[in-house]
Design a protein around this ligand. Structure first.
Ligand code: PHE
Length: 472
């Protein structure tokens, strides 16, 4: 969800100061603005579409447990680092990585952070296209048809899915051209609470279907038998994705905030909020797999299509199903649109800053990247379905490449930037300008040893797994 220029936030803030003549209130509004902006960027398709299918596929409760542990340790340390580095250097990733000297390896570290959003937004837009199609079909009243067994696989195999992708990407590019982000943003702020209310309602409905309780248990109670090394790999990738870390975004956000924002506290708030939404989505979708498909292992392992297979069954079975379907897909579309805009915007500003391109040129190039890579991902389910990259569809491949390979590398680069170039004490100094930094010892331990070692192990093993060298 969202993108709100935080530099505008600081303008609001100075206006507030003169209006209220007091520091307390103005800084409060600045802090809340920051949390909302980051939480807004964090909540998107990652929470609603990606988290439930990964949790279903990689072991339910055990996935959730690993995810929570990683988020509270790695995730916490990385959010704090990226935000502090951004605020300290006042630059986006490429600049921040060069701010301390350090030469070519660091330059590369900055670039990998900056390139990731450019590779995510194309396939993100393919999913956005699917959401648009489903919204359209609910508006036409195709509630029963959508719930049929092979509807989704038929749709993505059919060339028309590319058109929906193009509609979605056109909307994203048009917003970037017109520069009306703010308007989109304002709408999405109203939509966010509505999304939460609707999600609670659907989750309760889905959890109370006959047979659904098994699903609730599967999702919430860790079962060590379901553990595999891929659980850790997937949970780590998801943690990066969902919290918008290891993709340069938080450097940029950090560079906009003032010194009085409590980085530690806002990080905790963002984590709680983002995880709550993801768990809600899990409770909507996973119990439904058990209620409507009897916990069929094939459905549990459906992957990216899970949301589009199970939710229509839920909607088709309930009273105001068509209305609920329209509302749900509309809200998800909005979350997807604002997230895609935010990702694409990050690419556009990298082009502007690093190559000195005009906004116009940068937007055209970004649009071309979206269409080229996105069309490949969309067609990978249709005419290009013979293409298999290391056993994955094209979309899955881009998802794997960014989340399980590039993001760990980007996170590793941040660890080195913190420990080798900036220094842990300087980071602590930055954070402590406005925060007690209670978890400083844990933070140091993670950045110095645990994070780099674990990231390396996970990275190497996930690549070896894909190359068929080992089997996880
Ligand atoms: N975190 C977002 C999600 O969960 C994805 C995203 C990343 C959006 C970065 C914007 C910026 O969908």
């Amino acid at each position: 969800m969202i993108y709100r220029g935080l530099n505008e936030m600081s303008e609001d803030k100075s206006r507030e100061v003169s209006r209220h003549q007091g520091k307390g209130r103005s800084s409060f509004s600045g802090k809340v603005g920051y949390v909302l902006a980051v939480a807004g960027s964090a909540v998107g398709l990652g929470n609603i579409w990606r988290f439930p299918y990964l949790a279903a596929k990689y072991g339910g409760g055990i996935f959730l447990l690993v995810y929570l542990i990683l988020m509270l340790t790695f995730g916490y340390a990385l959010i704090v680092s990226e935000t502090a580095l951004g605020r300290m250097t006042k630059r986006s990733p490429v600049g921040a990585f060069q701010a301390f000297g350090g030469g070519a390896p660091f330059k590369l570290g900055g670039w990998i952070n900056a390139v990731i959003p450019m590779l995510i937004v194309p396939y993100y837009s393919v999913i956005g296209g699917w959401v648009t199609k489903y919204l359209f079909e609910y508006m036409r009243g195709s509630t029963q048809a959508l719930a049929e067994e092979d509807y989704f696989s038929g749709f993505i195999a059919n060339g028309s899915s590319v058109w929906w992708f193009l509609i979605f990407s056109l909307a994203v590019t048009a917003v970037l051209f017109a520069g009306v982000k703010q308007g989109v943003e304002r709408v999405s702020k109203v939509m966010m609470p509505l999304l939460v209310i609707l999600a609670v309602f659907v989750a309760v409905y889905s959890m109370t279907r006959p047979g659904a309780w098994e699903g609730v248990k599967y999702f919430l109670i860790p079962n060590p038998e379901n553990f595999s090394w891929m659980t850790v790999v997937a949970a780590m990738g998801q943690m990066f994705y969902s919290l918008s870390i290891a993709m340069g975004i938080l450097y940029t956000y950090g560079s906009y905030i003032k010194k009085d924002v409590d980085i530690e506290k806002s990080t905790a708030q963002v984590e709680i909020f983002d995880t709550a939404i993801a768990m809600l989505a899990g409770l909507m979708i996973i119990p439904a797999v058990f209620a409507f498909s009897g916990g069929d292992p094939d459905t549990l392992k459906a992957g990216p299509s899970l949301m589009f297979i199970t939710l229509p069954k839920v909607f088709a079975s309930m009273g105001f199903g068509t209305g609920a379907g329209i509302m749900f897909f509309l809200l998800v579309l909005l979350a997807a649109l604002t997230s895609a805009i935010s990702l694409a915007e990050s690419g556009v500003s990298t082009f502007e800053d690093q190559f000195g391109w005009s906004r116009h040129k940068a937007t055209v190039v970004m649009g071309a990247i979206i269409v080229a890579f996105g069309a490949l991902s969309a067609l990978g389910f249709g005419v290009l379905d013979f293409v298999s990259l290391f056993g994955m569809t094209i979309l899955d491949f881009f998802d794997f490449l960014t989340n399980s390979v590039m993001m760990p590398v980007a996170a590793l680069a941040t660890c080195f930037l913190v420990t080798r170039a900036a220094g842990l004490d300087r980071i602590a100094g930055e954070v402590m300008q406005s925060s007690a930094f209670k978890r400083r010892r844990m933070y140091n331990l993670f950045m110095k040893y645990l994070a780099p070692v674990c990231i390396l192990i996970i990275l190497v093993s996930s690549i070896a797994n894909v190359l068929g060298l080992i089997s996880l």
